[in-house]
Structures are given as C-alpha cells and as structure tokens.
Ligand binder design. Structure first.
Ligand SMILES: C[S@@+](CC[C@H](N)C(=O)[O-])C[C@H]1O[C@@H](n2cnc3c(N)ncnc32)[C@H](O)[C@@H]1O
Length: 340
C-alpha cells in the first residue's frame, strides 16, 4: 500500500515539501497589505499601489511582480490588476470570496508553530488559555466566518451531486454558519430544515438575516451531541448531514454522536458524513495534525473507522472537487435514485 497517490519521488517533490510556506506567505501578506481590496476597484499603477499600501517602491514592485508570476495579479507594463483567480476568491464582491478564511488562517499558522511542543507534550499546547467573554465572542465569529467561506463552496459541490426527492426533512448536525442548509433549502423549496448546534452557535444563527427566506420551514435546536439529544426525540429526518463534525472529538465520543444521529433518522433516511478522511489524500492526513494542534482530542478518521461506527448500510464515498469527502449511509432499498 502506498502512503498517498502519487507518492513523492523526485527532487521537485522534495522542494515542494521544503518551501510550501512561501506561496502561502506571499498570499497572506498581499491580503494583509490590502492589495486585493484596492485592486478590486480597478487596475492601478504599480508604484502608486506600493505607496498606497506602505511598501517601499523598489521592494514592493518586486513583490507585485512575484504575485503576477504566481497568477494572483495580471500586469501590463506598469499597471497591475486582479487576475481571474483573484477576482474569484480574493475580491470582496465575489460570492466565493475567502477573506475570512485568510484572516483565520493567520491564527492557524501560529498553532502549527507549536507542532513540536505538542508532539512532545502529548496534548494540545496552542490556545489553551481562558478567553474573556468578549475574546470568546470574537473567536467564535472568526471561526464561523472562516467555516462559512469554505462551506458555501463545498455545499454547492455536495448538493450538485444529490437528488433528494420533492419533500422531506433535513437535519444539519453541527450546522455552524448554516451554509450547507441554506444552499439545500434554496434548491429544494418543499423541504424543511433543522439547524442543530451548540447553544452559542444557535443563538447567533436565529438572528442571522441569511435564514430569513427560510424561516417558515426551519427549526433551530440547541443541542450538545456528546450527551443531550432529547430535543431531537420527535425529529425523524430524511437526510442528516454531519459535516465537519466527526473530526471535532475522539473515537468514543464520535461513535456515541453518530449513534444518536442514527436515532433521529427516518427508516428510509440517509446519513451523510462530510469531512476530510485520513485515508483520502494528503489533506486528510494533514487535517489530523490540524485537529491535534487545535482541539482537545479531535482527529480525522478513515473510511473503515467511520463504517464501523455507523449502524447503517454503507453505500459509497464521494470525493468533492475541492478534496473533502462525503460518505453515504442508509438502510433504504435503493440509493441509485438519490444521486444525480
Ligand atoms: C467545523 S464546524 C462545521 C460547521 C459546518 N457543518 C460546516 O461543515 O461548515 C463544527 C460545528 O460543529 C459544532 N459542534 C461541535 N461539537 C458539537 C457538539 N458536541 N454538539 C453540537 N454541535 C457541535 C460546532 O459548534 C461547529 O459549529
């Protein structure tokens, strides 16, 4: 069995490992300088852009040249402008804007700098201090914002592949920003939605205007899936989505959480686990370390581990275009009509 497909072999592969941080550093710095924000208003003379962002003109021009060679900017003589890629992901007006992911990633880099200390201590080192209520509120908003940037894109990728039928109830377990639910509800006007998350997240969601168009067919439930799911007693959902939730905690807790979700599923219902899998590419493997650094006992799982935890028939795993995976579990007779 190979470690990943394709396994690294060449000196170029070694170089990629060694210098992977450089691209990220250039992107984050350009974002921090406000380059994409300024250029969203239109092309600009490179020297003027250096002055406006506080860069030294000579060094700054070299930096802009590099961003051009990386495909983040287009350049015509002395004028620079956003490239199609930047227009799509780095321009505030774009539906796929990733600004909150970029802001949040800055903190995540700090956590990765604690990898060695974390491995030696055998427990989380980064971000363990107590937060004031205000710090906690800000941290929660930043976390949910970054989740939302990614989820809006992955939600389209997932729901593009599903044909759920005309009506039913979908329960989103650990809904976060609600991006998956909103995308689903927008596509399927006769479905009802149940937004479930920890109380602080639900409190934010109920007053979020993004849910306004769906309020007449939505329910919000504050629930901790690690113990109390009594509020789900009456729900018999046709689809339960469990997106990026299983990686938040350890094996035993995840097993309990999944069994509680299966109880809330209708007989013909489908459980979808969407996450990074440990055995699916380098991203899933790295995500395991990411959870080690940033959670108390979170981790990623392999397909087989998740299969043993869910007491339903496993159908298949779908790899989404941006690299995460969706696993489908159901006891219904046929799943073929469930997929596009
Ligand atoms: C990584 S976010 C994923 C959000 C969303 N599902 C997505 O894919 O973008 C995990 C979400 O699960 C919620 N969560 C974590 N542990 C939970 C628990 N024990 N009970 C209920 N919700 C939980 C968090 O509050 C957060 O909103």
């Amino acid at each position: 069995m190979t470690c990943c497909d394709p396994p690294p072999r060449s000196y170029a592969d070694f170089q990629s490992f060694l210098t992977a941080y450089r691209k990220s550093c250039a992107l984050m710095t350009a974002h921090e300088l406000g380059i994409f924000k300024i250029l969203a208003k239109g092309p600009k003379n490179a020297g003027k852009l250096c002055l406006e962002t506080g860069m030294d003109i000579s060094y700054g021009t070299r930096f802009l040249d590099t961003l051009h060679h990386l495909g983040l900017l287009d350049k015509q003589e002395d004028m620079v402008e956003l490239s199609p890629f930047s227009r799509r992901f780095l321009c505030e007006k774009s539906e796929e804007y990733q600004g909150r992911s970029l802001d949040f990633e800055k903190r995540l880099i700090e956590s990765w700098q604690q990898l060695l200390a974390t491995l030696c201590r055998g427990k989380r080192v980064y971000g363990t201090g107590k937060k004031s209520p205000d710090e906690y509120k800000k941290a929660l908003a930043a976390y949910l914002g970054a989740m939302d940037d990614a989820a809006r894109i992955r939600a389209r990728e997932l729901w593009d592949r599903i044909k759920p039928g005309d009506y039913g109830v979908i329960l989103d377990a650990g809904a976060g920003s609600g991006a998956f639910l909103i995308e689903f509800m927008g596509r399927h006007p006769r479905w009802k939605g149940v937004f479930c998350d920890l109380p602080d997240v639900v409190n934010r969601a109920v007053s979020n205007p993004v849910f306004s168009p769906f309020m007449d067919r939505m329910d919000f439930k504050a629930v901790n899936f690690l113990d109390d799911t009594t509020c789900l007693d009456v729900v018999r959902a046709d689809i339960i989505l469990c997106s990026n939730l299983v990686h938040c905690q350890g094996f035993e807790e995840t097993e309990g959480l999944l069994s509680r979700l299966v109880e809330a599923l209708s007989k013909q219902g489908v459980l979808i686990i969407h996450d990074f899998l440990k055995n699916h590419g380098t991203r899933g493997a790295l995500y395991d370390l990411h959870m080690m650094l940033n959670t108390y006992n979170g981790r990623t799982y392999t397909t087989d581990e998740l299969r043993t935890m869910v007491n339903l028939e496993f159908h298949h795993v779908l790899t989404l275009p941006s690299g995460s995976c969706a696993l489908f579990f159901s006891n219904r007779d046929s799943m073929s009509e469930f997929f596009v």
